[in-house]
Design a protein around this ligand. Structure first.
Ligand SMILES: *Cc1c(COP(=O)(O)O)cnc(C)c1O
Length: 424
């Protein structure tokens, strides 16, 4: 569900015509919908609140890596969202956007001592520890600071899941977390330390998961471990269930609803008396954003191949090149005429800079506008300046208002960042 709809024959973001944004800020550009962010957060919040008995006062901590723009984070923070972060930069972004430290979770497989010290210093809610080596370093850092941060141990429940091998995180060979037996030992080690307070367990098994059963299997592992830890006299008060729920990238797919997902979690956690945390990224942001792009030209080749060459490229939206991701492509001003098959490409000098092959679209020509839907998560955050293409702007719409929330840098901005070596 999103708020990018045709009105009077033209695609709008809420009440703002996308053509207006294209004219004012240029293309390519990311455009986000406040109403969609609010709707997705609200659905999850309502589902969690309906299961308070099983989930406690559940924290919804938006995974900042999905969309790190300060205005997007501030929109969610105002709704009460927390933040799941994986670097000092993300913690700083969350804090700057108004997420209170007590709603910030610090996850990630390779946190440096400096990042751990920073997280302790600002007083994040909890640090999710992913290995024995990290626990030792955290204890040393906390000791030096005379602090005692709350930690959760990230379990690798050995259930792989996710839309693509590159976004699976909970399988045996994946780099995240520790196996259940090791997690039990780490928990005991944390309990014995006077410089950390173990509060619970965490897992996150993958992304774009469209079937509840692997998630349920992972939550069952956490449940059993909670019982085992308590049998050994350890306190377990929080379970961090991670993110990963998939979203519909095309009209045809129907992933589980947030309500069904939360109800399943509540069933598994029933009677444990823990406080749950959810870390949705894609679920909140993906369909709250589009990438707006203009057709540079249509190449009709003598071999019958038709290429739609856009001004957006793989450096702006990396998902198709990185993991064969599918994004719906829609014309902003669809005209009549027969649909045609296009290979949709960007201008970057890589064959990987192909968004779609043989995509059936309405007739398009130079200067027409298109959008990639589902681009609000893992879009702008992954962008680069490859081919010396400056990062593209981000725009936030709210009803009939809109604002540029990250301007397009000028070419001067781009070149000025690089001082010449003094011998040149
Ligand atoms: C990436 C990530 C998330 C968010 O994943 P989505 O699939 O976007 O919901 C949540 N938690 C952790 C630890 C992550 O690394």
């Amino acid at each position: 569900m999103h708020h990018f709809d045709l009105k009077n024959g033209a695609l709008h973001a809420e009440d703002v015509p996308l053509e207006l944004i294209a004219d004012e800020v240029g293309t390519p550009a990311y455009v986000y919908s406040t109403a969609t962010l609010k709707r997705h957060y609200g659905l999850l919040r309502a589902a969690a609140d309906a299961h308070r008995e099983a989930l406690g006062e559940a924290l919804i901590a938006f995974a900042v890596k999905a969309n790190a723009n300060l205005s997007v984070l501030a929109t969610l923070a105002k709704l009460g969202s927390g933040a799941d972060t994986v670097s000092e930069g993300e913690i700083r972004r969350a804090l700057a956007s108004g997420v209170p430290a007590e709603r910030i979770i610090f996850s990630g497989v390779g946190k440096t001592d400096m990042e751990l010290a920073f997280a302790i210093g600002v007083g994040v809610r909890q640090i999710n520890v992913e290995s024995g080596a990290e626990l030792d370093r955290l204890i040393a850092v906390a000791h030096a600071m005379d602090a005692r941060p709350a930690v959760a141990i990230r379990v690798n429940p050995n259930v792989g899941a996710g839309g693509h091998a590159k976004i699976t995180t909970g399988g045996k060979g994946d780099k995240f977390g520790v196996p259940a037996d090791e997690a039990m030992r780490l928990y005991a080690r944390a309990s014995a330390s006077s410089h950390v307070t173990p509060v619970g367990l965490a897992c996150h098994i993958g992304s774009q998961i469209v079937d509840l059963s692997p998630l349920e299997a992972a939550f069952q592992v956490l449940r059993q471990m909670t019982l085992d830890l308590r049998a050994h006299g350890h306190a377990v008060t929080r379970l961090d269930l991670g993110g990963g729920l998939g979203v519909p990238y095309s009209g045809g797919s129907t992933p589980p609803s947030p309500a069904d997902y939360v109800a399943m979690a509540a069933r598994v956690l029933q009677g444990l008396d823990v406080e749950a945390a959810f870390e949705p990224g894609r679920l909140l942001a993906a369909n709250a954003g589009v990438l707006l792009s203009r057709v540079i030209q249509v190449n009709e080749r003598s071999d019958g191949q038709r290429f739609l060459v856009l001004d957006a490229a793989m450096n702006d939206l990396m998902r198709p090149a990185l993991y064969d991701a599918f994004h719906d492509i829609r014309a902003v001003q669809p005209l009549g005429g027969e649909d045609q098959a296009y290979n949709v490409v960007g201008p970057v000098c890589e064959t990987g800079d192909t968004f779609a092959r043989d995509r059936i679209l309405p007739p398009l020509e130079a200067d027409d506008l298109v959008v990639f839907t589902g681009a609000g998560a893992y879009g702008a955050v992954m962008a680069s300046e490859y081919n010396s293409r400056p990062l593209i702007p981000e725009v936030l719409v709210d009803g009939d208002r809109w604002a540029v929330i990250r301007p397009r840098p000028t070419y001067e901005d781009m070149l000025d960042r690089e001082p010449f070596a003094d011998w040149l």
